[in-house]
Design a protein around this ligand. Structure first.
Ligand SMILES: Cc1cc2nc3c(=O)[nH]c(=O)nc-3n(C[C@H](O)[C@H](O)[C@H](O)COP(=O)(O)OP(=O)(O)OC[C@H]3O[C@@H](n4cnc5c(N)ncnc54)[C@H](O)[C@@H]3O)c2cc1C
Length: 482
């Protein structure tokens, strides 16, 4: 293992930054494991040392605020497992009780899981909008997207995991085996173990998608229609977003609207200031190719979008699921992917969504005019989340996933955007809005206790059980101050 530990500045520099570009923390060393045993040895050596050091698994470093960093500790570059292994870290199988599933290394990217499973005509059911994230990284949070209303988040679609705990034990866990560890790790912010393998549910994959966007200026009609669509059978994906002059219709998340569509949208924007865009997808294949258009017509019948403001696209499944990639590559070319990203992700209970719209979208964001980047807004249902998992959501049957995916221009205005985020959080607090941060970041123990609410005691007990020396993922700043 020792020769896999690098202390040179090339290695430590990379591990001291992330996508957010807001936090920096230098590790002492970076481990490039060639096997799971290398990670076991590392964690064991820390656990057995009189002076334990911290260890953070780093998936792709797409965290926003240093969550995969380990100041003065060791960062484990999980992608190294993928490069070292001779065999693919993605194996597709089937058994009578589970049906189809894939055993996937925690270091694997979801895009690779998609490609490997499609070779068998299969695919996972629950996704994130962006696929160049690791399985271990998204399962440590939740993994939400437009399919979550139907299948739950990615953490609701895992059958089993292999996990290296903070004691250096490699433990297999599932609902039926070491279930405490299983539920702790799902949405557990890396606090209880390093996921080395996850068994993911698969279904037969469709070939193609019908992708539809409808525009609203009335927020009540927009949210009612979103909630209606997630309550009926028929669609495979439901999301939504805001369009404002500062948050244009086409952005890096997907280039959807033609230039003439954009002209129409711009004149709506001039009239209304904010436009809400409802986005749905229906999968289809050779068997349903002749009926899918009629099914969509029926599904959108009675919806209250602005007459004429419905836009359609036909795409392959991969083209749709991997929709963010081309935007990413364009931004990378222009050097605009590497800017600071003071994102704010919230889950807001349905009871507060009207007030949130009035105060945050129509007032703070619209009036202050700082917003630069996509703003997402779509409903999810609580019953698709198992309360035993560590992930935290509002205590309401329906809640909204809200993503303010802000990018700072030339790194100049991130403080202004941070200030705006603070105003939004302060508003939620004062107005008593039932909101929880997703991809949470807090500075004080009180804030974390408040975040976890009734789950805090269990979270703490599980930490004492699985990582009693506070070794793992210190960058979350829950049990470690740095
Ligand atoms: C462009 C972009 C789009 C995104 N879209 C979505 C989206 O649609 N939906 C959504 O839910 N999220 C989304 N995210 C957020 C994403 O889920 C998080 O960034 C997440 O942290 C995954 O990133 P990562 O794989 O690079 O993990 P990292 O940032 O490297 O790690 C995240 C945390 O998990 C820990 N960790 C990493 N690997 C493991 C492992 N194997 N075992 C245990 N702990 C581990 C780390 O120590 C750290 O604490 C998006 C992020 C970006 C940058």
């Amino acid at each position: 293992m020792a020769n896999r530990l690098h202390i040179d500045s090339n290695a430590t520099k990379l591990a001291s930054t992330d996508f957010g570009k807001l936090v920096q923390a230098n590790p002492i060393a970076v481990l490039y494991p060639s096997s799971i045993n290398d990670i076991v040895s590392l964690v064991k050596s820390s656990y057995n040392s009189p002076n334990p050091f911290t260890v953070a698994a780093r998936g792709r470093g797409h965290s926003l605020r240093g969550q995969a960093m380990a100041k003065n500790g060791v960062v484990v570059e999980m992608s190294s497992l993928k490069l070292s292994s001779n065999e693919s870290g993605i194996r597709v199988s089937q058994n009578p009780s589970l049906g189809f599933y894939a055993d996937v290394g925690g270091e694997q990217l979801w895009i690779d899981v998609l490609r490997a499973t499609l070779e068998h005509g299969l695919a996972p059911v629950s996704w994130t909008d962006y696929l160049y994230l690791t399985v271990g990284g998204t399962l440590s949070n939740a993994g939400v997207s437009g399919q979550s209303f139907l299948y739950g988040p990615q953490i609701s679609n895992v059958y089993e995991m292999d996990v290296i705990t903070g004691k250096g034990d490699l433990v297999r866990c599932s609902k039926h085996m070491n279930s405490d560890l299983f539920y702790a790790v799902l949405g557990g912010l890396g606090q209880f173990g390093i996921i080395t393998r996850a068994r993911i549910a698969l279904e037969v994959a469709p070939n193609r998608v019908k992708w539809v966007r409808m525009l609203y200026h009335d927020f009540t009609a927009f949210t009612r229609d979103q909630e209606h669509l997630i309550s009926i059978n028929g669609l495979d994906y439901v999301e939504g977003s805001l369009i404002m002059h500062q948050s244009p219709p086409n952005n890096w998340r997907a280039s959807f609207f033609s230039p003439s569509d954009q002209l129409k949208i711009n004149s709506l924007l001039t009239k209304h200031g904010i436009i809400y865009c409802l986005e749905v997808v229906k999968y289809y294949d050779d068997l349903t190719i002749d009926t899918v258009d009629e099914e969509i017509r029926q599904l959108v019948k009675g919806l209250r979008f602005i007459p004429g403001m419905m836009f359609k696209k036909d795409d392959s499944l991969v083209g749709f699921l991997n929709r963010v990639r081309s935007g990413e590559l364009k931004l990378r070319e222009k050097g605009m992917w590497e800017v600071a990203h003071p994102w704010l992700n919230l889950f807001v209970g349905k009871s507060g969504i009207m007030e949130f719209n009035a105060a945050v979208f129509a007032d703070i964001l619209h009036k202050q005019n700082h917003t630069i980047g996509p703003i997402l807004l779509y409903p999810l249902t609580r019953h698709k989340w198992d309360d035993r998992m560590s992930a935290v959501i509002p205590e309401e049957d329906t809640f909204y996933s809200i993503g303010l995916l802000l990018s700072s221009v030339d790194n100049g205005n991130w403080e202004v955007l941070e200030d705006q985020n603070k105003q939004i959080l302060d508003f939620c607090d004062k107005a008593g809005i039932k909101a929880k941060q997703y991809l949470p970041h807090y500075r004080t123990k009180e804030d974390w206790m408040n975040h976890f609410g009734s789950k805090w005691d269990t979270f703490q007990q599980r930490k004492a059980q699985f990582d009693p020396k506070f070794i793992l993922s210190p960058g979350q700043r829950i049990f470690n101050s740095v």
